[in-house]
Structures are given as C-alpha cells and as structure tokens.
Design a protein around this ligand. Sequence first.
Ligand SMILES: Cc1cc2nc3c(=O)[nH]c(=O)nc-3n(C[C@H](O)[C@H](O)[C@H](O)COP(=O)(O)OP(=O)(O)OC[C@H]3O[C@@H](n4cnc5c(N)ncnc54)[C@H](O)[C@@H]3O)c2cc1C
Length: 286
Amino acid sequence: MPKWIARPFARPYVAGETSDEALVQVKTINDRGFAATIDILGEHVTNIDKARSITNQYCDLYHKIDAQQLDCNISIKPTHVGLLISPAEAMTNISTILKQAMNYNNFLRLDMESSLYTDQTFEIFKYCKSIYKNVGVVIQSYLHRSLEDVKQLAVVDFNARICKGIYQEREFIAFQNNEEIKKNFLVLAKALASKGAYAGYATHDHNLIDQLLAYIESENIPPDKLEFQVLYGVPMDGRLEELRDLGYKIRVYVPFGPDWFDYSVRRLKENPDILGYVIKNMFKSE
Ligand SMILES: Cc1cc2nc3c(=O)[nH]c(=O)nc-3n(C[C@H](O)[C@H](O)[C@H](O)COP(=O)(O)OP(=O)(O)OC[C@H]3O[C@@H](n4cnc5c(N)ncnc54)[C@H](O)[C@@H]3O)c2cc1C
C-alpha cells in the first residue's frame, strides 16, 4: 500500500510525525480537561543504535512535557527499546527512561505486547518498581492468565491499565469471545479494586463502560483510584465529556512518530477488524 493512500486512514489516529506536533495535540487534549499519555510509534527494533535513539527521544519527551507543563505521562513498548536485542539491553534503556521520569516526577507505563513478551515485561516491571514507584503496567483481559497476574503483581501502589488486548492469540492463551473478554475485564477491575490498586480502564466499548460505571457506583470505588483511557482519534460520541463531568479522570493515548505507516500496516495485518473501525469512524464525527 503506498503511503499516500494509507496516510488519510492513519491520520485521525496518529498525532503527527514529530514530538512537537504531538505535544500540540496533547495541549489541546489537556485544554478539554483530559490527561494524556504519549507513545512513539514503533516496536520490534533489532538495531541497537535505533533502540538507544528511541530511548533518548523518550528522555527528551519528559523534558518537553515538563517545560510545557502538560498533564501527560509516557507509555513505551519494551520491544521498541531493545527487548528483541536482549533483555539486558531493554532493561538498561528502560532504566534510563525511568530515571528521567524520576527527575521530572512523572510516570512511566509499560505497554503490553503479544503473549510472547508478557513474562519478560512483568519482570522488567518488577525491576522498575523496585527503583521507582511511579511505574505501571498493562493487564489484557483476553489472557487466561491475567487474574493470576493481578494476584501476583498487585502489591503496594500497583497501577495497571486494563484493556481487552489487541494481538491475535491462540485459544489456549486467550479468550476469543468478546463477551468472555468483557466479563474478564470486570473480574480484573474488581480484583484490582479489592487490592487497593489504581486502574486505568482502557476501552471504547460503551456497554463495557456502562458496566464499569455501575460497578464503581455500587461499590463506591473512589474516583481517585481509577481513570478511563481511550486512543487518540477514536470517536466517543460525547462520552468522555460526560465521564469528565461526573468527576472521572480521562486519559487519551497519543501515538506519534515517523514509523506510523509500518505500525498501521502491522496492526491491520494482526487485526483486520481495525480497518472496519477506521472506515466506520471516517463517517462519524465526535
Ligand atoms: C488507552 C489504550 C491503551 C491500550 N494499550 C494496549 C496495550 O498496551 N496492549 C494491548 O494489547 N492493547 C492495548 N490497547 C488496545 C485494546 O486492547 C483493544 O484492542 C482496543 O481498545 C479495542 O477494544 P475496545 O475495548 O475499545 O472494544 P472494541 O469492542 O474492540 O471496540 C469498541 C468500539 O471502539 C472503536 N474502536 C476500538 N478500537 C479502535 C481503533 N483502534 N481504531 C478505531 N476505532 C476503534 C470501534 O468503534 C469499536 O466498535 C489499548 C487501548 C486503549 C484504549
């Protein structure tokens, strides 16, 4: 697919090619009363110089976020900063990013990639947590293992984003049925709340948001123990403003970078349903 054909499809979901372009979008998001988390697009890096360059770009981002006084943290993918080169390379680079997060009193989220990397990502997370408390991870509700992971990981100050999971996984690893995935999302939300953890509910599924709200209200879960998270550019039909006005924190995930094309094509190959969303969303407005 030539880039000029792909660009209009990717454009609503990618906040530009440079950090300056993306931070302009973050400012607009903040002005609407929402927080952001920013991510440089890319993954599966096998070149050591590239992994280190991405690491430096993340460090620079913390500096720019602070200088511009934005309400924004950072999400990274371990394979973007060297996990495929070696766990030691990823650990060194992520430690460098984490130290910069500490310098600026900001937060770092480790995104969760396919199940090939789940164990390694949790190991990296545990190491990060031993040196800085403001670090979080992601729990995917399609994975059969996730409840056990929450039980193991949710100790002091645990902070997890819960999402359904984007990668194609086999049946023995992940639920395939959307209703089961949603049911498990709620199970995980309850497990996190029972451990006093902070949860980021990352979903655009209005029915699931309704179920989460009913649960939060019936159990009196304090609003400062949770936030709702969505991807940049996905139309939410005024739902975010409603949630904000009810007193809930909203965070928008803002991806950007020159690697938008490879990223979008890989996502499409992994999950062709995304193309359906993109086309549907092109005909909808917020
Ligand atoms: C903030 C955030 C962070 C995430 N981080 C991770 C992660 O670390 N690891 C991981 O595996 N997955 C991650 N995901 C993706 C997630 O796992 C789901 O695949 C994705 O959000 C779709 O699930 P849904 O709950 O929105 O429900 P769905 O039922 O899939 O979607 C509900 C509706 O939302 C819209 N929609 C959903 N996704 C998109 C999209 N990409 N583009 C356009 N429209 C869309 C469609 O209109 C769709 O009908 C993240 C999602 C969010 C919101």
